[in-house]
Design a protein around this ligand. Structure first.
Ligand SMILES: Cc1cc2nc3c(=O)[nH]c(=O)nc-3n(C[C@H](O)[C@H](O)[C@H](O)COP(=O)(O)OP(=O)(O)OC[C@H]3O[C@@H](n4cnc5c(N)ncnc54)[C@H](O)[C@@H]3O)c2cc1C
Length: 386
């Protein structure tokens, strides 16, 4: 029976970032992942990382490698189809170089894995973590065939456990993702368009050049399969119509489909256990908040555990975990509520809501402080609050 101090179940984007953050704070961890070494590199998601996430990845030493694979977002255009009200948030107005950065999830995991490897943090592949049992003294678990005991087990398994006390909402929507080549250079612009079938986002992307954008197209689950099967030209025509012909698309790549919903655990800490990333909460991608929230949680968890270690406390002690959960409560619930509210407000065809959305977008456009607040919320999470 081996005894790592802190064990991490899941070596995806959240688990690897946690391992690095702990290492940065002088704490040792071991990662156990169910998949083979290169599985995560097949991840087709394209992520928008906030300005705050870029700063955290820089602190972890990962940003220099990732920056080369990322495109900065310099403006965000927000509008709704068939209605009044639109707004434009710009990096220049917010006094930052970029509102965020877009990178492939696979590039992010590759950069994190390389940094974990350089730091000599042990990562065990093809070791599914199961049968965890926490006691006062430690948490016992199995990884593959082996038994382990740790002071703290951090779950970063990418999904909220069925057995957990959880809250969930099924939006009945799927996201279709692919990359598209525009007729003209994107110039760092992102577009968020709210339509009657759900939000459609185009994000500037560095993959194949300055004309590449990542598409996240949400629609009712019943329509998603048919949309995925459309030939490229018909799909492009449909996409262009969504933007009233303001965006011209030359080509699209193979489409992927993800079911969307909201699932989150009531609490992210338990006896000698903590849940992070999509294992703590799985959010709708409309506001691009899932991994950004995960990184803020990871940064604060690592700092809380380092403070505890300095005072000679055990990383799995109940008071340490409670302190962490209390520190994260406002940002966590704020981000879950913000994303859920946005999906429900903007995926509803009720005429009153349609006008309310138009009024909201108009207010955003007319009031620079409100625009700054929304931009800061996207860039920094709860740090946006005064
Ligand atoms: C279409 C789409 C677009 C998105 N866009 C954005 C965005 O723009 N910005 C943003 O911030 N977020 C976005 N997200 C959310 C983001 O992708 C996730 O928050 C993030 O990738 C979650 O990382 P994770 O490490 O928690 O999970 P995963 O990446 O799923 O990793 C989980 C890992 O755990 C391993 N595992 C599973 N079970 C076990 C086990 N029992 N034992 C050991 N290992 C196990 C798996 O092998 C895997 O390696 C988007 C999501 C979707 C679906």
């Amino acid at each position: 029976m081996s005894t790592p101090g802190i064990a991490i179940a899941g070596g995806g984007a959240a688990g690897l970032a946690l391992a690095l953050a702990l290492h940065k704070q002088g704490l040792q961890a071991e990662v156990f992942d169910a998949g083979a070494p290169d599985t995560a590199l097949a991840d087709k998601r394209i992520l928008a990382l906030s300005h705050g996430s870029m700063q955290t990845l820089d602190w972890l030493g990962v940003w220099p490698a990732l920056e080369r694979k990322s495109a900065p977002i310099t403006t965000i255009h927000v509008s709704q189809q068939g209605g009044l009200g639109r707004t434009r948030i710009s990096a220049a107005e917010q006094n930052v170089a970029a509102l965020g950065y877009v990178c492939p999830a696979a590039a992010l995991v590759a950069a994190l894995a390389a940094a974990v490897n350089n730091a000599h943090i042990p990562v065990h592949h093809q070791r599914l973590v199961h049968d965890a049992m926490a006691t006062e003294e430690g948490v016992h678990f199995r990884a593959g065939e082996e038994e382990y005991r740790a002071a703290l087990l951090a779950y970063a398994e990418g999904a909220v456990d069925e057995g957990a006390h959880l809250r969930q909402r099924d939006y009945g929507q799927h996201a279709i993702t692919c990359t598209a080549t525009l007729a003209l250079a994107h110039q760092g612009a992102a577009w968020e368009r709210f339509t009657s079938h759900g939000p459609v986002a185009l994000l500037p992307f560095a993959g194949g050049g300055s004309k590449e954008v990542a598409l996240v197209y949400t629609c009712p689950a019943a329509e998603a399969e048919a949309l995925q099967q459309l030939d490229d030209d018909t799909f492009i025509t449909r996409l262009q119509a969504e933007f009233n012909g303001r965006i011209q698309i030359a080509a699209v790549t193979q489409r992927h489909r993800f079911p969307l919903g909201l699932r989150y655990r009531d609490t992210t800490v338990g006896q000698r256990q903590v849940w992070l990333g999509n294992a703590a909460q799985t959010l709708h991608p409309v506001a691009g908040q899932g991994y950004n929230l995960a990184l803020r949680d990871i940064r604060d968890l690592a700092r809380t555990l380092a403070d505890a270690a300095q005072q000679g406390n055990d990383p799995g002690a109940a008071k340490t975990l409670q302190r962490y959960a209390a520190r994260r409560r406002l940002d966590r619930h704020g981000t879950i509520g913000f994303t859920d509210g946005l999906v429900r407000l903007f995926s509803n065809d009720h005429p009153l809501l349609h006008h309310a959305r138009g009024a909201g977008l108009l207010a955003l456009d007319l009031l620079p402080p409100l625009r700054s607040f929304v931009a800061n919320r996207m860039m920094f999470g709860a740090r946006a609050f005064p």
